[in-house]
Design a protein around this ligand. Structure first.
Ligand code: NAD
Length: 377
């Protein structure tokens, strides 16, 4: 089979779908690998490193012969227009929040496979779980961004020039990214507290040396597949009000809360922001064009409010660590590709629950049932 790797076109996207090590793995499984010129540049992987691993480096238009096209983020219009029937395209297409792209991919006749739909709890899917690999990186980087923007120390520091108390860090949302942010802030010496609407994360939080905050006004809100459900308006207001006191007593707040297919829940209101001490820092990993976990945050923007609070809207943090993120993603995407190749053919077996979960378009149609759910909140 011929497998192609495109050069990413998303804004500020530095990752690449395959690293040379993964090329070698596909080559040894008997596949030919084509890599678009410059595809690895953002991750400091020169074209020669791909040639050495056994790939052929070619311009974009020569990728069309491939049976499977691999990418990280969404394709641009030119890349979509080059897709054709009989071809597979694998990437993270966020179909729940961008159903229009799914329709456009379907119109090409290609089979589109979205790694962000890999079922998290299937053990055979774990090597393919790109959401987890990339969230781990994002959580780590969020804690580092907070430490860099904070004008004081994270650890307790006793010096001849005085003693610095450790920073008090609050992590809201303790899924994969939140747990990694807790671990990173703890390793830097901060005193960390955390909250999640899924109380089953309490033990994981405590095992990382952080304190789990329990709210009395909001009950557990587990949804399907290990994710949280959206809160009702009443629950949300109660949560925001009770969280405000905790937020006011912390120096740094890192928010990671997400509900699949919906706008991220607002956890830190404008009122809560006003109660924070000057010099406090927030990193909002939920920042999106639809709004984030922190009122007024915007992806890719750092805002210093009048009261001296810094609000950092995270935007594609994995891309800022492109070498590590690409290495992990390459393992995810090559595992999924090899899983779906049978007898040297890309095979769609919809009877397999893993395959049925990730295939979003086939034979000119959108086939992912979850796409009937609206992204509205
Ligand atoms: P996510 O990115 O969807 O959400 C991040 C966190 O935000 C979640 O913990 C969620 O409960 C929390 N959240 C949502 N709304 C909230 C609110 N209003 N207030 C506070 N917190 C809120 O989550 P994720 O990191 O992708 O993890 C999702 C699930 O997948 C978890 O259950 C995780 O354990 C599971 N998972 C399992 C595996 C595995 O079994 N191999 C691997 C990865 C993840």
């Amino acid at each position: 089979m011929k497998v192609a790797v495109v050069k990413e076109t998303g804004p500020a996207e530095r990752r690449v779908a395959l690293v040379p090590e993964a090329v070698a793995k596909l080559r040894s499984a008997g596949h030919e690998v084509l890599v678009q010129t410059g595809a690895g540049a953002g991750a400091f992987l020169p074209d020669e490193s791909y040639s050495t691993a056994g790939a052929t480096v070619v311009p974009a238009e020569q990728l069309a012969v491939a049976d499977a096209i691999l990418m990280v983020g969404k394709p641009d219009e030119q890349q979509v227009s080059r897709l054709r029937s009989g071809q597979a395209v694998l990437g993270m297409f966020a179909p729940l929040t961008d159903p229009a792209l799914a329709e456009r991919l379907a119109s090409t006749g290609a089979t589109a496979v979205s790694l962000d739909l890999v079922p998290r709890t299937l053990s055979r899917a774990q090597p393919m779980d790109a959401l987890t690999s990339q969230s781990n990186i994002a959580g780590y980087k969020a804690a580092l961004l907070a430490a860099t923007a904070f004008g004081r120390f994270f650890p307790l520091l006793i010096t001849a020039a005085g003693t610095a108390r450790p920073a008090k860090v609050l992590v809201l949302g303790t899924g994969v990214a939140g747990l990694q942010a807790i671990g990173t802030a703890r390793r830097l010496g901060a005193v960390v507290s955390a909250y999640d609407v899924r109380p089953e994360t309490k033990l994981e939080v405590q095992s990382l040396g952080a304190t789990f905050i329990e709210l009395t006004s909001v009950g557990p809100a587990e949804g399907e597949g290990g994710y949280a459900r959206a809160l009702t308006d009443t629950e949300r207001a109660a949560q925001q009000a009770e969280l405000a006191d905790h937020i006011a007593s912390h120096d740094v707040v890192i928010t990671t809360a997400q509900v699949p297919g919906r706008r991220p829940p607002l956890l830190v209101t404008g009122e809560a922001l006003k109660s924070m001490a000057p010099g406090s820092v927030l990193v909002d990993m939920g920042a999106s064009v639809l709004g984030g976990n922190v009122e007024g945050s915007a992806p890719g923007q750092t805002i210093v409010a009048d009261n001296g609070i810094t609000i950092i809207g995270a935007d594609n943090l994995p891309s800022t660590m492109a070498a590590a993120a690409s290495t992990m993603y390459a393992r995810n995407i090559s595992s999924l590709l090899l899983y779906m190749v049978k007898d040297d053919q890309f095979t769609v077996d919809m009877a397999d629950e893993l395959v049925a979960a990730v295939v979003i378009t086939r034979d000119g149609k959108v086939v992912q049932p979850a796409l009937t759910t609206s992204a509205a909140d």
